[in-house]
Design a protein around this ligand. Structure first.
Ligand SMILES: NC(=O)c1ccc[n+]([C@@H]2O[C@H](COP(=O)([O-])OP(=O)(O)OC[C@H]3O[C@@H](n4cnc5c(N)ncnc54)[C@H](O)[C@@H]3O)[C@@H](O)[C@H]2O)c1
Length: 501
């Protein structure tokens, strides 16, 4: 079984971060030093004193190897646990190693207040620690997954680790994991009588591999928003029946947001609800649509008018699947990613501003960051009673522009336009800080996203569309407006004309 190993110099907070990470991911926590002490029947300082470091390292190596048979756990390692090549090889083949790194001053502060006895640092802690760090500098910096813990709270460091791993457990609406990984990880997830639902485009590239992997049956539906309707839902219900799905079966949604919205809805209603798993294949669905449990379909009167809150049992986002996504779809998905950056992740926003080529080369990092933002918001407010409305940034104007364009503009293109318009409005009313509009427009330009409402698009129609959008109260519309990169505020607006000035 694969573990998550936390490693690094003494004082980096491996145990504190490890315990919280284990709670967040609903996994067991193992402190390897405590295991060694239990096995030896004495405290580490005594082992060192009475038997020497080499015996301690032998005990450490054997405690580590015993983890091979343990179920997946978060493991905090001693500061020198992977110095031996065999230990490192073991840890890297039985899991992922995250290295926590800190400046010497941070470590000194923490260690001075730490009551744990650390035999290797006995005496003048400053000198001992500096020399230990110098000796192990090359070793520590050779681990590729590295987290800087200086100046951050334990909670922030846990979050950094989760983003780096692409690992989350959601529990505000249903209990499920959201993972950035490889589709091959799906074989670790127990599924009865699985069936894959995919669309004609995705099927061409990814169905065969998935089918071979899961030995599953499949259903192919037409692609595109124009098919996100009751007719396709009926087609799914009938196909579920024909394929003998019962209440214990699992449906796997392999596709973009259109497909997962419909598959999730069909699963939520078939036999009063059967399990479904999301395997998103567009950037937008990886960082947005597949997360949060909203499922549904469109009516001729409007988008997503029928739906349910029905979370999946697992979301597995494999960025490799994006290799076949048309570039225009990728760019469109980037609008939601930038939006997540503006809402609460300035680092993500800065990464996006490096432009499309950088994004294409670093899709895994982009997906991991953006997924974490959405998860944080929906865990706080799963049923959109408050802060989840922040995710509507750019959507009030954007949805209307999308609608008036008769869907000639892609969703992401329309919301990029919406975000620029809303940022300009926020600047005009003195809410947005200096330079925000420029930062947002520069970022969209670098990604090839549009900035302006098309000249020919009648402003009255956009305003009318904003008013009839299903989520809005007719008198005042609640906008999520940017204040600075990393912060939005919800603001009631009555004078809609002023938003489009
Ligand atoms: N449930 C939610 O919380 C939520 C949130 C945001 C958006 N949505 C919904 O998501 C939908 C938009 O989703 P989308 O942008 O993913 O669009 P989409 O599902 O229509 O996919 C876009 C196009 O890309 C194709 N495609 C998908 N993956 C591919 C791949 N890997 N390789 C090649 N082609 C591929 C699809 O067949 C389709 O033609 C909208 O209906 C929107 O309402 C839902």
């Amino acid at each position: 079984m694969k573990h998550i190993f936390l490693y690094g110099p003494p004082g980096t907070g491996k145990s504190t971060v490890g315990k919280q990470l284990a709670r967040n991911l609903k996994l067991p926590f193992i402190d390897l030093d405590r295991v060694i002490e239990t096995n030896a029947g004495m405290a580490i300082p005594h082992i060192m004193e009475q038997q020497g470091e080499s015996v301690f390292r032998d005990l450490e190596a054997s405690a580590l190897k015993n983890l091979a048979d343990e179920k997946e756990s978060i493991v905090a390692l001693g500061g020198g646990a992977l110095l031996r090549d065999e230990n490192r090889a073991f840890a890297e083949s039985y899991g992922k190693v995250i290295l926590l790194k800190a400046e010497v001053n941070t470590l000194l502060q923490r260690l001075n207040t730490d009551s744990n006895k650390r035999p290797l640092l006995a005496g003048d802690m400053n000198i001992k620690l500096s020399s230990l760090l110098a000796k192990r500098a090359e070793h520590y910096s050779s681990f590729p997954m590295l987290i800087h813990v200086d100046g951050k709270t334990a909670e922030q460091n846990v979050r950094q680790v989760q983003v780096a791993l692409g690992r989350h457990h959601l529990s505000a609406m249903g209990e499920y994991d959201a993972i950035v990984g490889r589709v091959s990880n799906l074989t670790n997830f127990p599924m009865q009588n699985p069936i894959i639902v995919t669309d004609v485009n995705v099927a061409k590239f990814h169905l065969e591999k998935m089918q071979n992997l899961l030995q599953a049956k499949f259903i192919i539906i037409p692609a595109g928003e124009q098919h996100k309707n009751l007719e396709t839902i009926s087609l799914l219900w009938k196909a579920f029946l024909e394929n003998g799905l019962d209440r214990k079966s699992t449906v796997i949604a392999l596709g973009g947001g259109v497909l997962s919205d419909m598959t999730g809805f069909a699963a939520s209603t078939y036999m009063r609800g059967i399990a479904w798993v999301g395997v998103p294949t567009t950037l937008l669905s990886m960082v947005d649509a597949s997360l949060g449990g909203k499922t549904g379909f469109d009516l001729p009167e409007g988008k997503n008018l029928i739906g349910s809150f029905y979370p999946p049992k697992l979301v597995l986002a494999d960025p490799h699947l994006l290799g076949t996504l048309p570039e225009a779809e990728l760019i469109s998905g980037m609008a939601e990613v930038v939006k997540h950056g503006i809402i609460s992740d300035p680092e993500l926003f800065n990464l996006c501003s490096r432009g499309l080529d950088w994004v294409k080369d670093n899709l895994e990092e982009v997906v991991k960051h953006a997924m974490a933002v959405k998860i944080k918001v929906i865990e706080e407010d799963p049923y959109e009673k408050g802060i989840r409305a922040a995710l509507n940034l750019g959507h009030t104007v954007g949805h209307a522009v999308e609608l008036v364009s008769k869907f000639m503009l892609r969703h992401g293109e329309a919301i990029a336009i919406g975000m620029v318009a809303e940022a300009k409005y926020a600047a005009r009313i003195g809410l947005a800080g200096v330079g925000l509009v420029e930062a947002v427009t520069e970022s969209f330009k670098a990604l090839g996203l549009p900035l302006q409402i098309p000249e020919a698009m009648p402003r009255e129609e956009i305003i009318r569309a904003m008013r009839v959008d299903k989520k809005k109260n007719v008198n005042a519309i609640r906008f999520a407006l940017p204040v600075e990169i990393g912060k939005v505020e919800l603001v009631e607006v009555t004078d809609l004309e002023s938003v489009l000035e």
